[in-house]
Design a protein. Structure first.
Length: 230
């Protein structure tokens, strides 16, 4: 999922709303104060953010994603094991945001009508991590990698929000979660080697082999595709 640059007006509003989110959340009151302090007209501000503070909460998440990608590209990840690269990416993502801002965002996106938006944002973060790490999968693994990482990332955020150790406990938690994923991958490999379950697993792989990832550059709201295999 490509990073969509924020417009100049969105950046101005986002900078203006940040001091107010801590006290008022991503609310209409905070949005109104951001408009007043940004110097934009109400009409221009609402044209840039039709959903008001909700759009700025999305923008804050996207700004964090962009900062994470920048850190990943600047870091020396080549010397790390793949699991360590993923763990580093998650830690980078947490480092570039404010804990109270994220906590307020979780409250916003836990609302039923906005939960799909929050889920999409988490998925987008997981997708960016894999893309930046050079993932080239184009089959069912494209989906499974992002689904698993979305769950890992979300759990790490929740843990981080309650971490009072200065980050040490969160770093250890991230490592444990990544280890859990690696153990699951080893379990799948073991299953494939068993006589009965291995045949079942192989059959499922063949059944799902036609599922393909969305084409690069396609519209974000389009699903993947299915291809017929010989």
């Amino acid at each position: 999922m490509p990073i969509t640059p924020l417009s100049p007006m969105q950046n101005r509003l986002l900078d203006a709303i940040e001091p107010h989110v801590i006290f008022d959340g991503w609310s209409e009151d905070a949005f109104k104060m951001a408009i007043a302090e940004s110097g934009l007209s109400d009409a221009d501000a609402r044209a840039a953010c039709p959903r008001g503070a909700t759009d700025l909460a999305v923008a804050y998440h996207q700004r964090g994603d962009a900062a994470m990608v920048a850190q990943m590209k600047a870091a020396d990840l080549a010397s790390m094991r793949y699991s360590e690269r993923v763990a580093a990416a998650i830690w980078f993502r947490l480092e570039v945001v404010d804990r109270d801002m994220v906590r307020r965002g979780m409250t916003l996106f836990s609302m039923p009508h906005l939960a799909p938006v929050g889920t999409q944002l988490v998925w987008g973060t997981a997708d960016l991590i894999w893309e930046t790490l050079g993932d080239t999968s184009d089959d069912i693994n494209w989906y499974s990698k992002r689904t698993i990482l979305s769950g890992v990332y979300a759990s790490c955020v929740v843990y981080w929000l309650g971490d009072e150790t200065g980050g040490e406990a969160t770093a250890a938690f991230i490592d444990r979660r990544i280890d859990n994923v690696m153990q699951f991958e080893k379990f799948k490999s073991t299953v494939k080697k068993t006589p009965v379950l291995g045949q079942f697993a192989t059959g499922m792989e063949k059944l799902l082999s036609g599922i393909k990832a969305p084409k690069r550059g396609a519209a974000e709201d389009l699903p993947g595709r299915w291809t017929l295999n010989d």
